[in-house]
Design a protein around this ligand. Structure first.
Ligand code: 3HC
Ligand code: NAI
Length: 707
């Protein structure tokens, strides 16, 4: 037996324990270990039934995802799990699978090959493969409909979302919920069924439904995935595989599943989504801040400013159980801020997200105030007042005076220097940027901005806090716009240039939406408010280098009071439901403005639109990486996936560039430089990696840049 699997005996019941920390993935050695244990059990007449259980914090969280890269690069191609699962199912001694933690992917497939399943009530089961761009590859699409019915199997395999033990019991995936110790309960269950025949899941066809009902389930599922999982290949493949279960004998169904699984596994989408899986975990690893770094206990917080962002941030903290003081400058603003929060909670209750009671509990955790009186008690303050250095410094000076030593002073600024803000305090080591995205209670991204004096404990605490509040925290350096917005500038600049050179507004948005962006860049501008960038540009106009081309359409729209959705008109016009339509007037105005400015007009292809916008992102991303404002290319990807609607199946802008090939990206950027001038000068890192035949992913590994 391998050391990843142990076989013990308990009064006539064999216990197979999988011990492959941290999540008992089915790495090489685990299937072999289970198989050997089954061989020994078959020869042992004293054993009447078998319990299969996971050691440590969970049952099996799935196949070992690291192995997929080896398979696609041709380094390994094992037999897969199917033979082991048949062997388990063919065992003449009843096999009971005992589940705690998560039985995900290959873990659930393993469990379904047992004859019975028991679980603790906190356990979850699921087929999350679509989130990795694949489908279940060990008969999950064939056994799950046999246990749970076709509709539930389709839902679980297409969304990838797990279900809790109670629901799994209701749908027949689990046979009993165990209260108390899982192994004790599983052993008792094993004794009950030891003398009974062992039912094989693959032979249980009674839940496979009839052709007419199934046709309805599959067609409505296909419609849903086309709408909700736009551009993704795996969900449709999952439906096809479950459909095979309803139409073909088990063995044939497995062959169909295998074919689809391999097609998905070798797709660019799957490689990108696997990159996303590991990058989301990598983001927590900060080279100079070890995991053991002490964190500051976070029992209470305060937010300054109850506007768009402050209100959302207060909700996020309250939702996570942290009591929060919410301070405003005057009673009118405070009332307005509180009314928005109340409305948000009421809407969530109306939509069934949580109960009235939960909403009330959350609201009770937010204490409105007009003074700093109770700030001396809190562990964290997040400032979200108007964007202006003088005001921020004034607020921080006051915070420094009223807060106890050790309180973290964070700013939600989106453009200002954290170091300069920190300079107004006597404790710059406790000052940090926590850059939330709008709406703060919805968007998952949190850029954590490290000032030059910010202490490691403060960074570690904010990284941990991001998890507590359900965000994905990414550590970035203190440069203008930090990482996300610094890259977004050139991206939106190119979108405007394209319009000024003759591309249609809709054509620009459609090209990027077809690429997979949640929204086109011009529609995004309308949503965020065109005036935000306009005001910033006005403030920084003195820094513009003469002779460098600047876009002008958005500023001209703002001068006409067209700020986007909030004024009912921007690039598009909006009805009272905020539905966008093209406005012929804007088109007319733009043609007039460009004629006055003498910008030559031409036909522009969708390819040029996507290349110009995306490579503008990538070129700036390369500078950020080289300058050390992001720790690794994959951190930039995570920022774009969670804050800017970049499609996960493209892996993020830097990964996307790697998949295109940096030589090709560099050549295209150089071509843009020849046509459009210095703003397109290729980033030195892009040139070097292209010359050396390397990728952005290699850069992280070769040098380990530091933010
Ligand atoms: N394979 C390899 N490594 C895995 C893994 C897996 N299936 N699941 C988790 N890990 C690793 C993580 O990368 C992480 O490593 P690190 O500490 O070096 O960063 C470590 O295990 C702990 O993972 P998390 O930080 O995610 O721990 P959590 O406790 O937050 O979450 C979990 C645990 C819910 C199990 C989560 O890890 C998860 O969702 N894992 C993936 C589950 C999955 O997608 N399974 C399907 C795999 S595909 C498959 O089974 C194909 C089959 O059909 C043939
Ligand atoms: P906002 O204008 O909606 O809200 C600012 C609030 O601060 C106002 O309600 C104002 O009354 C209050 N305020 C001003 N001075 C105060 C003081 N001394 N004490 C208490 N309250 C005071 O602004 P918004 O959009 O919420 O922005 C806040 C900060 O968040 C800014 O730094 C902005 O750059 C940043 N940010 C904004 C994003 C957005 O999309 N709106 C996204 C990410 C960051």
């Amino acid at each position: 037996m391998t050391d990843l699997v142990q076989l013990t005996r308990d009064n006539g019941i064999a216990v197979i324990t999988i011990n492959n920390p941290p999540v008992n993935a089915l790495s090489p050695g685990v299937p072999e270990g289970i198989s050997e244990a089954l061989d020994q059990i078959a020869l042992d007449d004293s054993v009447k039934a078998v319990v299969l259980i996971g050691g440590g914090r969970t049952f099996v969280a799935g196949a070992d995802i690291k192995e997929f890269g080896k398979m696609t690069s041709g380094r390994t191609r094992g037999a897969g799990l199917l033979p082991l699962l048949l062997k388990m199912e063919d065992s003449t001694k009843p096999l009971i699978v005992a589940i705690h933690g998560t039985a995900f992917g290959g873990g659930l497939e393993l469990a379904m090959a047992g004859h019975y399943r028991v679980a603790v009530s906190s356990a979850q089961v699921g087929q999350p493969e679509v989130k990795l761009g694949i489908i279940p590859g060990a008969a999950g699409t064939q056994r799950l409909p046999r246990l749970a019915g076709v509709a539930k199997a389709v839902e679980m395999c297409t969304t990838g979302n797990p279900i809790k033990a109670e629901e799994a019991l209701k749908f027949g995936i689990v046979d009993r919920i165990i209260d108390g110790d899982l192994l004790t309960g599983a052993l008792a269950f094993a004794r009950e069924v030891a003398a009974k025949p062992a039912p094989k899941t693959r032979e249980r066809n009674e839940k496979l439904g009839n052709a007419a009902d199934n046709a309805q389930i599959f067609s409505s599922a296909r419609e849903t995935v086309a709408k909700k999982q736009r551009g993704l290949l795996a969900p449709a493949a999952a439906i096809e595989a479950v459909e095979a279960a309803t139409k073909l004998p088990f063995e044939e169904g497995c062959k169909t599943e295998q074919k689809l699984f391999i097609e998905c596994l070798f797709s660019e989408q799957s490689k990108s989504l696997i990159h996303v899986f590991f990058s989301e975990r990598e983001v927590n690893k900060i080279p100079d801040i070890p995991k053991e770094t002490a964190v500051i206990p976070m029992k209470s917080a305060a937010v300054v400013g109850a506007g768009t962002m402050g209100g959302g941030i207060a909700m996020v903290l309250a939702n996570a159980g942290i009591p929060v003081l919410l301070k405003e400058a005057d009673p009118t603003a405070l009332d307005r801020g509180l009314a928005t929060i109340q409305l948000n909670y009421a809407n969530s209750v109306k939509r069934g997200r949580f109960s009235q009671q939960v909403a009330e509990d959350r609201l009770k955790r937010i204490t409105p105030t007009l003074t700093y009186d109770d700030f001396s008690k809190v562990d964290l303050v997040i400032e979200a007042v108007f964007e202006g250095m003088a005001l921020k410094k004034e607020v921080f000076k006051e915070l420094d005076r009223v807060c106890k030593p050790g309180t973290i002073l964070a700013s939600n600024t989106s453009t200002l220097s954290i170091d300069e803000i920190a300079s107004s305090t006597s404790r710059p080591e406790f000052v940090i940027g926590t850059h939330f995205f709008s709406p703060a209670n919805v968007m998952r991204l949190l850029e954590i901005v490290r000032g030059k004096a910010t202490s490691k404990e403060v960074i570690a605490t904010c990284m941990q806090l991001s998890k507590t509040i359900g965000k994905i925290g990414v550590l970035v350096g203190n440069c203008r716009g930090f990482v996300g917005n610094r890259m977004f500038g050139p991206y939106r600049r190119e979108a405007q240039f394209l319009v000024e050179e003759g591309a249609g507004i809709e054509a620009v948005d459609k090209a990027l939406s077809d690429f997979g962006m949640a929204m086109g860049p011009l529609a995004t501008g309308d949503l965020a408010g065109l005036d935000v960038g306009w005001r910033i540009r006005k403030e920084y106009r003195h820094l513009e280098v003469p002779g460098i081309r600047q876009p002008f359409t958005e500023d001209s729209l703002c001068e006409l009071g067209r700020y986007g959705q909030k004024t009912g008109a921007g690039w598009y016009k909006y009805d009272d439901q905020r539905r966008a339509t093209l406005d012929p007037l804007v088109d007319e105005l733009i043609r007039k403005w460009v004629a006055e400015a003498g910008v030559p007009q031409r036909q522009i292809s969708a390819q040029e639109i996507t290349d110009r916008c995306l490579y503008a992102l990538v070129n700036e991303g390369a500078r950020i990486l080289e300058e050390g404002y992001a720790l690794r290319a994959s951190d930039i990807d995570i920022i774009y996936l969670n804050g800017y609607g970049f499609p996960a199946y493209r892996g993020g802008p830097m990964w996307y560039a790697d998949t295109v090939g940096l030589k090709q990206v560099y050549e295209r950027v150089s071509e843009f430089q020849r046509h459009h001038g210095e703003i397109w000068r290729p980033a030195p890192l892009l040139k070097r990696l292209a010359d050396e035949g390397k990728t952005f992913a290699d850069f992280g590994k070769e040098e380990g840049a530091a933010a």
